[in-house]
Ligand binder design. Structure first.
Ligand code: BGC
Length: 764
């Protein structure tokens, strides 16, 4: 339906005694007038209806599923639907709203479009490993183009929860441990989804989540409590949400967790004082899945109480639980909430719909022919293959074992070798699992007859069948071989013996990370390690292709396996992209967005930790009465920002344009980087700063800039970073955003550990 038809409907409303609404409106004042007029006609029940978000049940992440959806749409009791796809189904639901509900208010349609829609890109942690903001924005753009072509107008992304705890399964869904990197990615994704015009038929409204601090769940256990000082919150955990909001994100999703005693969904300080008053957010806030109802389990009272409290905290839309729908009217009658509270929330939802152009044309996202042309378009798949290749992180490559030669026999062994369904990775709900090539298929597609590829599954994913079942849900199957382990191993070794080189495809399945997939042991499962040990005993060169949704502990592997390529879960084109990198068509350039610890007992381990009063002396790993462990050094196995290439890069000495930086000035930092190897390749040049002395304790270093450059063999480039006082600011004890005059160290290098340092002074 277009604006003209909507106007006809409105004409009918006038005839029916209802005042006409002005539809065609561009400016804020027009929108306000339009919504004023609309709201004047709404009953309180219809206003509460707008606050109700239901699921179509295609995907659920909780125990509650929406019921009676059709009748509720007609009664004006639903504002939006999520997890419903295709123009046909969405058109049918929208028709119910705009043809059969009294005020004909269109529905908003959302989905978890997290790292792609049909064309799936690497999991967000892998995307972050590209350190390529332009590319990440392109992936969000393509995701929006595909999802909007399939009827949707709202995505529950970007997920910007900083996490320093590899036990937490959802670390896979974010951009890792760093505040600055996560913030820049948050902006890129919002721009990619929303484009320049939310009302365009190929953009989605973004929803930044999970507000807030979800990534800091105690003990890495999902949905668990967070308790955090304000200065840590403001300096380390909140900036990415703010960055997404400053980039224009239209909506925000609450987190499930408790925050210093008040769960986010009922947290007025967070949802109103911080989000609205301090940050000036004008969009709407939706809860996470049944998060209002879960406030009862948090112990905040009955459904009426927690619903009223959430509304008053600043929540606008209630996802799935229908606490708002079933209790707000009663709370209004009893004076527990005011009509002003309900109006405020309703207005925000209507504004979002207006901005999406839904009043103008509620069916603008429902063109079936567009869906056919757009989904899995060759250009999208090509981009997915390119991005996947750039997300892989080369962790080790002794004697330049990689890239492999395109000849001879390669044995591809392991439970992740031939499973297409696991390649998209967690939270890829709309992925087409049937048509996702496995690594084996990808290698065969790239190499044809050039290389003889032989394959064996080698081992089960996990020894414990029940654990394997929990780790292979949602159709992401990996077959089990129930014969005795020794028999399976012997067969795998016999296969490996026939090859010139062994590629071991091991690690996690896609569902071993993601929501409700926390782990206490973050190593490669023992049964797979035993397989790896047997493969190494053959004396053949072994390449470990590591699948994972989180940092893993790889001490044994690092000590014994000559080459390790971490491929995360690379999306639809994983199989081909891994083949591209293994055989040298693509030179890996990914850098870790999260520290890989030596041992799970070190977690949380992150590069930008605070200084202690008892640091270790330089070069020592243990000293009595110093901050350390008896059994393991404080070092990571692989530091934040780490990743090798098939080529090598040499850094010249860094130099600074000045010794003193006045608060209105610019300091330039220069470094020459040269490709000293034999392959063209990309390097991420990273800049960190540290504040030598402050009014509160400051991290040992913080990322403040990075540049990704391509260098041909022998080529050299000068990289220039500009620093201003803005880069030196932090939230002090009063939560004022300040830069304190004094000395700073600036460090530049290939990762957070291997840096060269310079010094400068911030003057008044
Ligand atoms: C997740 C959210 C997601 C929502 C809707 C929840 O369980 O925490 O990230 O957007 O479900 O699918």
């Amino acid at each position: 339906m277009n604006a003209r038809i909507y106007t006809l409907i409105l004409g009918a409303m006038v005839m029916a005694g209802l005042p006409a609404l002005q539809v065609k409106a561009q400016s804020g004042a027009d929108m306000d007038r339009f919504i004023d007029e609309l709201m004047q006609q709404m009953t309180i029940e219809e206003k509460i209806g707008q606050l109700n978000l239901v699921t179509a049940g295609e995907v659920t992440t909780g125990s509650v599923v929406s019921t009676g959806v059709e009748a509720k749409i007609k009664e004006g009791k639903i504002g939006g639907i999520f997890s419903m796809t295709t123009p046909k189904r969405i058109r049918a639901a929208q028709e119910l709203a705009v043809n059969q509900s009294r005020l004909k208010i269109p529905l908003i349609f959302g989905l978890d479009v997290i790292h792609g829609y049909k064309t799936i890109f690497p999991i967000p942690l892998g995307l972050a490993a590209t350190w390529d903001l332009g590319l990440i924005e392109e992936t969000a753009r393509i995701s929006a183009v595909e999802a909007a072509a399939d009827g949707l107008n709202w995505t529950f992304s970007p997920m910007v929860d900083v996490s320093r705890d590899a036990r937490w399964g959802r670390i896979s869904e974010g951009s890792g441990e760093d505040t600055y990197l996560t913030s820049r990615i948050a902006e890129a994704m919002v721009h990619g989804y929303q484009g320049n015009n939310l009302a365009a038929d190929n953009t989605l409204m973004a929803c930044v989540k999970h507000f807030a601090l979800y990534g800091a769940a105690e003990a890495g256990r999902d949905y668990n409590t967070t308790d955090m000082s304000l200065h840590r919150m403001y300096n380390e955990y909140l900036p990415p949400y703010k960055a997404a909001i400053d980039a224009g994100a239209g909506s925000v999703m609450t987190s499930f967790n408790d925050i210093n005693g008040v769960p986010a969904t009922a947290n007025k300080w967070l949802m109103t004082d911080v989000l609205r008053d301090q940050w000036g957010f004008h969009g709407f806030v939706v809860t996470d899945y049944t998060a209002v109802n879960e406030l009862m389990d948090h112990g905040l009272g009955d459904l009426q109480e927690v619903s009223a409290r959430s509304l008053q905290a600043g929540i606008d839309m209630d996802m799935v639980g229908e606490g708002f729908l079933s209790t707000l009217k009663k709370s209004l009658d009893e004076g527990r909430v005011s009509e002003v509270d309900i109006d405020r929330a309703c207005r925000r939802i209507l504004e979002a719909k207006y901005q999406l152009g839904l009043f103008d044309d509620p069916f603008r996202y429902c063109d079936e022919s567009r869906a056919e042309r757009t989904l899995l378009a060759p250009a999208h798949l090509a981009k997915a293959r390119e991005v996947a290749g750039k997300s892989f992180v080369l962790l080790k490559n002794d004697q330049q074992l990689l890239p492999l030669k395109k000849k001879g026999t390669v044995a591809l062994i392991g439970p992740l070798a031939n499973t297409g369904s696991n390649m998209p990775g967690t939270w890829s709900v709309s992925a087409d699992l049937e048509h996702t090539p496995s690594l084996l298929e990808g290698m065969r597609a790239l190499l044809g007859e050039q290389v003889n590829i032989i394959h064996h599954q080698g081992a089960n994913l996990l020894e414990d069948a029940d654990y394997q079942e929990r780790a292979t849900m949602f159709g992401r199957t990996i077959p089990r071989d129930d014969r005795p382990e020794a028999e399976v191993l012997a067969e795998a070794v016999a296969t490996a013996q026939q090859a010139d080189v062994i590629v071991a495809a091991l690690g996690e399945s896609s569902e071993m990370s993601g929501e409700s997939s926390s782990r206490t042991d973050i190593g490669i499962p023992a049964i797979q390690q035993r397989l790896l040990a047997e493969l190494l005993k053959t004396g053949k060169p072994v390449v470990l292709v590591l699948f994972t949704g989180r940092p893993l502990t790889l001490g044994w592997e690092d000590a014994h396996v000559p080459a390790i390529l971490n491929v995360w879960f690379g999306g639809t084109e994983t199989g081909k992209a891994v083949a591209d990198v293994l055989f040298g068509d693509v030179n890996p350039s990914g850098k870790l967005p999260a520290t890989f610890p030596q041992h799970v007992g070190q977690v949380p381990l992150y590069y930008s930790h605070k200084k202690t009063g008892r640091p270790l002396a330089e070069g020592q790993w243990f000293q009595k009465f110093r901050s350390n462990y008896l059994d393991v050094s404080n070092d990571p196995l692989y530091p934040f920002g780490y990743g090798l290439s098939y080529t090598t890069f040499a850094y010249g000495e860094i130099s600074l344009s000045r010794d003193n930086l006045p608060s209105n000035g610019v300091l330039e930092v220069y470094v020459d980087v040269r490709n000293t190897g034999n392959y063209g390749g990309e390097e991420v040049v990273q800049l960190y700063i540290s504040d030598v002395a402050g009014s509160i304790t400051r991290p040992v270093k913080e990322l403040k800039g990075f540049q990704k450059i391509w260098l041909e063999p022998g080529q050299s480039k000068r990289v220039v970073f500009e620093l201003t006082v803005e880069d030196l600011k932090f939230y002090d004890a009063n939560l004022d955003h300040v830069a304190e005059p004094g000395e700073f160290v600036v460090a530049v290098g290939t990762n957070s550990r291997d840096v060269q340092e310079g010094r400068f002074t911030l003057t008044d």
